[in-house]
Design a protein around this ligand. Structure first.
Ligand SMILES: Nc1nc2c(c(=O)[nH]1)N[C@H]1C(S)=C(S)[C@@H](COP(=O)(O)O)O[C@H]1N2
Ligand SMILES: [Mo]
Length: 427
């Protein structure tokens, strides 16, 4: 993997922090002359402008029923980590180091299955609504389609995302294979509150217990308050029906909350007055603290960010202008700020945030950088509108101890060496 060169010898730009971080204002044009500094010299003289392009002389390819990525052999793919003894138990990772923008294409949405993808006949599928309801009922897919739909762009992050960051030594792998149990899509579906209100909520109901049709026994307790606030029964993902691996025909989408609450292949919704304390409520996805006690119900995914480019696997081929790019998100409140450092945290500058910045969604950030050829230490740090600041790795290890496995939201640091190689480091 190499990273495109953005080199020009005679630019003059304003440095805003150590390690060569630049002001966005004069990134695109030369501060002195107003001329573009971004085009590599060879570009304008490209040979392809001489003569008639080959494609003008040949018939184009065929139409297709469903579009596919370019046939370059280079297009991004998910990386599969499968349990060797239990093939349906595992994950695939979203290759964030190869993606841009903030939306995850459906074919690259991460997967987390505890026992594979069940085959479900949509025509006979029903969602059971029972428990503390005045009118227990079952809804078909057609019934759901007749109710008002609602769309929101939302991230889903597994509570186990970034768990390699708890290791004693920094893992050397691509950014997407550290932080890629995280994806972002426009989800469309029916509000769970709407369905529950139709069925008549008993006054003493306080919890929703949701389970799925796969054989993994995933059963999750969600406070009724959250269910009535913003939970969706997701039917569409980026405009098309939810993919089988994302829970077709219907899955819960629980804005800002850990992945396990987003129950896929929905089977039933039961209202109760207490949590079930299933294995997924109590054993998995809980955090062992310094005092030896577990934190119960760590639902909200806390403020976090990482740099996607450059990142391990990239090689900076020459000195000069680059754009540092990354993703930030928080399940608590919208992202308001992402600070980037190129000198290991001695100095910082604010990255530009791609707008609109949406709550519970991935926010793309970008900052210009002049790589002088000296070693650099890159990291990002996000803040949300409630004032939550992403902890440094050292802070999270000091506060939570090293015994945790889930919910790592600390910083990730990439070091760039004199040859332009990028490695994962702890500082
Ligand atoms: N029925 C069911 N729902 C499930 C799971 C599962 O194994 N079975 N995995 C959960 C976990 S741990 C996560 S992180 C998310 C992952 O959603 P995705 O595969 O669409 O990315 O689904 C959740 N919902
Ligand atoms: Mo998860």
């Amino acid at each position: 993997m190499t990273w495109s060169k953005k080199n020009n010898s005679n630019f003059r730009t304003e440095t805003v922090a150590g390690g060569g971080l630049l002001s966005r204002r004069n990134f695109i044009t030369n501060a002195a002359t107003g001329s573009a500094v971004f085009l590599p010299m060879s570009y304008a003289a490209a040979e392809s402008f001489e003569g008639v392009p080959e494609t003008w002389l040949t018939k184009g390819g065929e139409f297709s029923n469903y579009g596919m990525p370019p046939d370059s052999g280079q297009h991004p793919i998910r990386w599969i980590s499968n349990h060797p003894a239990v093939p349906g138990e595992g994950v695939t990772w979203t290759p964030h180091h190869q993606l841009q923008g903030s939306i995850t294409p459906n074919g690259l949405h991460f997967e987390r299955h505890h026992n594979g993808v069940p085959h479900i006949e949509a025509a006979t599928w029903e969602l059971a609504l029972h428990g503390k309801l005045a009118k227990p009922t079952a809804l078909s897919l057609n019934d759901l389609h007749r109710l008002p739909m609602h769309s929101e762009t939302l991230f889903i992050e597994c509570g186990g995302n970034s768990n390699a960051m708890w290791r004693d030594q920094p893992i050397q792998t691509a950014a997407g294979y550290i932080h890629g149990l995280l994806s972002c899509a426009e989800w469309t579906g029916v509000k769970l509150s709407h369905v529950l209100e139709l069925a008549g909520i008993d006054p003493d109901a306080t919890w929703v217990i949701a389970d799925g049709l796969d054989s993994s026994g995933v059963t999750v307790s969600i406070p009724l308050e959250k269910a009535l606030d913003d939970v969706l029964i997701g039917l569409y993902q980026n405009g098309e029906p939810v993919r089988p691996s994302q829970g077709y025909p219907a899955r819960l989408v629980v804005p800002g909350w850990e992945g396990i609450t987003h129950v896929k292949w929905l089977r039933s919704i039961m209202l109760t007055d207490k949590p079930l304390m299933s294995k997924f409520d109590s054993v998995s996805y809980t955090d062992l603290m310094l005092d030896g006690k577990f934190n119960r119900f760590s639902f909200v995914m806390e403020v976090k960010s990482f740099i996607t480019q450059p990142s391990p696997g990239y090689e900076l081929q020459q000195k000069g202008l680059y754009e540092i790019r990354g993703l930030a998100w928080s399940g608590a409140a919208p992202i308001t700020r992402v600070q980037v450092s190129a000198d290991g945290g001695s100095s910082w500058t604010d990255a530009e945030l791609q707008s609109p910045v949406l709550a519970n969604s991935l926010t793309r950030f970008r900052v210009p950088w002049n790589w002088t050829g000296s070693p650099a230490t890159l990291l990002s740090r996000a803040t949300d509108s409630l004032g939550n600041i992403q902890p440094l790795r050292s802070e999270i290890i000091n506060n939570k101890g090293g015994n945790s496995y889930y919910h790592y939201n600390g910083t990730t640091v990439w070091s760039v060496d004199e040859q332009g190689g990028v490695r994962h480091v702890y500082i």
